[in-house]
Design a binder for this molecule. Structure first.
Ligand code: FDA
Length: 320
């Protein structure tokens, strides 16, 4: 109930106006967001790299309302790719298609993403398409396949284990040679599209992780690229130790090398588990968001863990 309300708030413009207006919000946000500027994001990335962690950088934004905003979001990624290259950071990028204008015009969005992919290719980098809520998933999949047909190899997708459709999507994406990030799913979806019970979402997560691992065992498993930018086909993105342990256990049972099993976690969450997995020899990639458009991302993090709400409100009483 609280989770559903917070997910609603993450999309409500009145709540955005109120919450972003509170000065104490910024203090709470700093736990989950690396900063507002590209420089701050690169600094955070370099620190994570020094600690043996890879990164995927997200310039925050989603659901832009006009083509000019979509163009600005696109153009934020071009210097980011240049800076990653110049600073020799071990980082790729993540983005949302509604940030590039998917809900305005399909060809506009495709053209914007193409510009980013071309720059990423010049910089030997990789672009992960985040997966958003169900109304845009068909178009998101179409975008991925269209780009692959245009010859882009440096692009991957995310899949949500809460959706019934994800089994078929995963199978098709694996056949197309897609690098997949497996997540549980962060939006509110109706029961005709998504498993309503957490235990079913978890069960499907393990099931999909198993099929991804089986696939690479048959087709040939590649490790992370030497420059740290291109992830392996299998990326398990969860802070849930039971999910992490299932993937580790199954991979070891079938003989998948640790270098081909990437774990991904969000900036500021379960940093202990991030370090422990890296010390065990698994590639670990941290999703590092930055920018001014932090509101929906931040409120989804509150929704995932009600304890974060108390952390957020506790900042109200800190005056320094
Ligand atoms: P679960 O929610 O069961 O949490 C397990 C444990 O992890 C909790 O008990 C707690 O200890 C810790 N934890 C989880 N969330 C926390 C939080 N916010 N604050 C503090 N502790 C927390 N979703 C999506 O729909 N599309 C996408 O593209 C992505 N991309 C993405 C990338 C990466 C790298 C990650 C890690 C996650 C995503 N997600 C996502 C979000 C994902 O769908 C999911 O909402 C969160 O990862 C939370 O689910 P967990 O798998 O961590 O399990």
């Amino acid at each position: 109930m609280l989770k559903a309300f917070l997910i609603y708030l993450s999309q409500a413009s009145w709540a955005r106006r109120v919450i972003t207006g509170w000065t104490f919000s910024r203090r709470a946000v700093a736990r989950f967001i690396s900063g507002e500027t590209l420089e701050e994001a690169i600094t955070a990335t370099k620190i994570l790299n020094q600690n043996g962690l890879y990164v995927t950088l997200d310039h925050l934004g989603e659901h832009v309302g006009d083509p000019e905003s979509a163009k600005q979001s696109t153009e934020a990624y071009l210097p980011l790719l240049d800076q990653i290259d110049h600073s020799e950071a071990k980082a790729g990028i993540s983005l949302k298609l509604t940030q590039l204008g998917l809900l305005l015009d399909y060809d506009l969005c495709l053209g914007n993403l193409r510009r980013i992919l071309e720059r990423a290719k010049e910089r030997s980098n990789f672009v992960r398409i985040d997966i958003e809520d169900s109304p845009v998933i068909d178009l998101t999949m179409k975008t991925y396949y269209d780009l692959r047909e245009m010859g882009f190899e440096n692009v991957g997708m995310a899949i949500q284990s809460y959706l019934y459709r994800s089994e078929a999507d995963t199978e098709a994406l694996l056949k197309a040679g897609c690098r997949i990030r497996l997540v549980k799913g962060a939006y509110k979806e109706p029961p005709d599209l998504a498993y309503p019970e957490k235990k079913e979402v978890d069960k499907n997560f393990d099931h999909l992780a198993k099929s991804m691992i089986d696939y690479v065992m048959q087709s040939g498993a590649e490790p992370v690229s030497d420059n740290g930018k291109i992830p392996p086909v299998v990326a398990i993105a969860s802070h849930d130790e039971a999910r992490v342990n299932f993937a580790k256990g199954y991979a070891s049972q079938v003989g998948l090398d640790r270098s081909a099993l990437e774990f991904q976690m969000l900036y500021g969450i379960r940093t202990d588990l991030q370090s422990a997995l890296a010390a065990e020899g698994y590639p670990v990639r941290v999703y590092v968001p930055y920018g001014l458009e932090w509101y929906p991302y931040f409120v989804r993090r509150l929704a995932e863990r009600p304890a974060n709400l108390w952390f957020f409100l506790s900042n109200l009483f800190r005056f320094n």
